[in-house]
Design a protein. Structure first.
Length: 118
């Protein structure tokens, strides 16, 4: 339970970090524009620098979340499946693959019958 709240606290601040990165970049650009007389250009440039920093913060948080999830799955001994390949299971003779409703690809669909025979 304590680990859950720790994750909420550390990942819940990502939104605040994104907003602050963008605003700090914008205000640095506006301050430089006022000092150098290059009115909109540096503000726009530093705004995009702030966007880049925000993107980097989101990517860092995402990597940390992935690493924490993988570590928890290893510790609990219950690794999550990487993907669900129903066709490979059916080819291996897995009976569970037969019970799963597999939606065929559009080119594998059968044409609809004109009239329902009852």
């Amino acid at each position: 339970m304590k680990q859950d709240w720790k994750a909420v606290g550390s990942y819940g601040t990502v939104g605040l970090e994104v907003v602050l990165c963008i605003l700090v970049g914008l205000f640095i650009g506006r301050w430089l524009d006022a000092k150098l007389g290059t009115e909109p250009y540096l503000a726009v440039l530093w705004f995009f620098f702030g966007l880049g920093a925000a993107g980097k913060a989101v990517h860092r948080a995402w990597r940390e979340m992935q690493a924490a999830a993988a570590r928890e799955e290893r510790e609990q001994g219950n690794p999550a499946p990487m993907f669900d390949d129903r066709k490979a299971r059916a080819a291996d003779g897995d009976r569970r693959a037969d019970s799963i409703d597999v939606v065929p690809y559009p080119d594998e669909r059968q044409p609809a019958k004109e009239h329902d025979e009852r």
